[in-house]
Design a protein around this ligand. Structure first.
Ligand SMILES: NC(=O)c1ccc[n+]([C@@H]2O[C@H](COP(=O)([O-])OP(=O)(O)OC[C@H]3O[C@@H](n4cnc5c(N)ncnc54)[C@H](OP(=O)(O)O)[C@@H]3O)[C@@H](O)[C@H]2O)c1
Length: 255
């Protein structure tokens, strides 16, 4: 597809799902702004996308944990037609022992930057009567996560926030979709130091297909996308099971 002048912002575009979202957007003719800290990886991706699809690809090297992260991104890209809030990471361990600074960063990246970017770009989308936002949560958003307490809670926030905005924006030409992936083969496991957890030793989904499911759902204005039948079972079964059992299973999967 040839470029059509529409613009997209993707956070966490340097690896995993974010990189795949950037490829999907560029293939559909979007000019993309790629956000993450790993500037070299972003430059490589930007070069690939420019050459293959003839679009503009801007690199924004930004730590989303910084207090002014969203403001800096919006200063660089004042308006966008598609926002994909994908960046996120998890800390792992008993909450009382997890590094306090890492907890702050986790909340800043997974919750605060996503909220601020949505607040910054949504009014323009509504004024134009068109726009798409995709917020990446997780199947972790459906239950509490002992030993990953902040991450599971952050993803519950993302899902609740996104569903509320889907309803608020219904009929406006703008949609807010929540993607809830299960365990997926990306850099996430290593970052979260979860190589030994039972959860991440189950068969992992492939990043390109998870991103594609989320992307299609976003473009169709869906409220939520949970890729894969097993993940849909994981997502909805905690609503039926006794809470103490849910907590015990959740603990065993992460430990
Ligand atoms: N993989 C899974 O099993 C899984 C399951 C459910 C949900 N998710 C969610 O999917 C999303 C994408 O993760 P992924 O699986 O693709 O993992 P990933 O390969 O580790 O990618 C994470 C991305 O987030 C960026 N990021 C992390 N901290 C950042 C910071 N402080 N500032 C700016 N960018 C930052 C990373 O870029 P830099 O390091 O270059 O900054 C990277 O591009 C996350 O929200 C994650 O919670 C993943």
């Amino acid at each position: 597809m040839t470029p059509h002048g529409k613009r997209a912002v993707v956070t966490g575009a340097s690896s995993g799902l974010g990189l795949e979202f950037a490829r999907l957007l560029a293939a559909d003719g979007y000019h993309v702004a790629l956000v993450a800290r790993s500037v070299d990886a972003l430059e490589t991706l930007a070069g690939e996308l420019r050459e293959k699809f003839g679009i503009t690809a801007d690199v924004i090297g930004q730590d989303l944990g910084a207090h002014d992260a969203a403001a800096r991104i919006v200063a660089a890209v004042p308006e966008c037609d598609v926002l994909i809030n994908n960046a996120g990471f998890a800390s792992n361990g008993a909450f009382a022992t997890v590094d306090a600074q890492r907890v702050d960063e986790e909340v800043a990246v997974d919750v605060v930057s996503l909220t601020q970017l949505t607040r910054a770009y949504l009014p323009g989308m509504l004024a134009r009567g068109s726009g798409r936002i995709l917020n990446v949560a997780s199947t972790a958003s459906f239950l509490p996560g002992p030993f990953m307490a902040v991450y599971y809670a952050a993803k519950a926030y993302v899902r609740s926030f996104s569903e509320a905005l889907w309803e608020e924006t219904r009929g406006s030409g703008v949609s807010v979709t929540c993607l809830c992936p299960g365990a997926t083969a990306t850099g996430f496991v290593k970052r979260a130091r979860m190589e030994k957890s039972m959860l991440m030793n189950l068969p992992l989904a492939d990043a390109a297909s998870v991103a594609s499911a989320g992307y299609r759902g976003m473009m169709h204005g869906k409220r939520m996308v949970i890729p894969g039948i097993m993940n849909r079972i994981v997502a909805w079964s905690p609503t039926l099971a006794p809470r103490r059992l849910v907590l015990w299973i959740s603990r065993k999967l992460v430990e």
